[in-house]
Design a protein around this ligand. Structure first.
Ligand code: PLP
Length: 265
């Protein structure tokens, strides 16, 4: 027979984030993650970083009009099941992305409140945090701050265990449907991520690997979006995505001269 079976169309997810020329983090990590989950990935590039394994050397903010045109192009054509936002760079971009998402109402939104890279580079202007809090976070189904980002969002330190215990409620009060507070920046031979939603909380624990990863946050948030796009519940998406990142870091490699590990997808 000359008939060819028609492969089914995979679920579709969108990342709105920054480009990492080094291929380890940002949009590049998101697209690799989507692909590894059997999801067709779309990308709206909000910022272009000049970056390698040693760090970020320059940042170009994409003009607002062109960010909007990319968003229009993808929403006008594809049935988008889930959206993830990453590095947005500045307040005007955060406001634009929030306005577009309010208009287009994707079924799932994962917001990774990217602020500062592992290398120390600032990826979000200080004065954009208010826009993130007031406009973008209330739209999120899952918000994925690390400890320094959670401290910046709450405006207080979380170093003490009592503060950590109440952080979940304080973060949920920002208006996201659920929050994954990532514990990678804390000490200890286990990494403890804490997930909070209106049903309570759950912990996801992993043995701390003796290596610093690059693009782990981007990958975790896009893996959650991919899992949501394929029909998983948020809790199950978080558990599965967390296992994915742990495995990808364990199998990680160093493609350049820097000391951080890139994930193997
Ligand atoms: N570059 C871009 C474009 C990113 O979006 C991110 C992630 O949040 C980073 C760099 C930082 O990655 P990491 O802190 O894992 O090195």
């Amino acid at each position: 027979s000359n008939r060819v079976a028609q492969p089914t169309t995979p679920p579709i997810a969108l990342t709105i984030a920054g480009s990492d020329s080094g291929g380890g983090a940002g949009v590049q990590a998101d697209l690799k993650t989507f692909h590894a989950h059997g999801v067709h990935g779309l990308s709206v590039i909000a910022a272009v970083t000049s970056q390698n394994t040693r760090g970020v050397s320059a940042i170009h903010a994409v003009p607002l009009t062109h960010i909007r045109r990319q968003i229009e192009a993808v929403f006008d054509d594809f049935p988008i099941a889930a959206v993830k936002t990453g590095m947005l760079g500045n307040a005007a971009t955060v406001r634009l992305v929030a306005r577009e998402l309010r208009k287009r109402k994707p079924a799932w939104l994962v917001v990774d409140p990217v602020m500062i890279a592992t290398s120390g580079a600032r990826l979000l202007d200080e004065d954009a945090i208010d826009a993130m809090i007031n406009e973008l976070i209330p739209l999120a189904d899952v918000l994925t701050p690390n400890l320094p980002e959670a401290e910046a969002l709450l405006g207080c330190p979380l170093r003490t265990s009592t503060r950590l215990a109440s952080a979940g409620e304080a973060l949920l009060a920002l208006g996201a449907g659920s929050v994954l507070l990532k514990g990678g920046h804390a000490r200890g031979d286990e990494v403890v991520d804490r997930y909070f939603d209106d049903r309570g909380s759950m912990e996801v624990r992993h043995v701390r690997l003796p290596r610093e990863g690059h693009g782990t946050g981007c990958t975790l948030a896009s893996a959650i979006a991919a899992e949501l796009a394929t029909g998983q519940t948020p809790r199950s998406a978080v558990r599965r995505a967390s296992a994915y990142v742990h495995r990808a870091l364990k199998q990680g490699y160093r493609p350049g001269g820097g000391s951080t590990y890139v994930l193997r997808h």
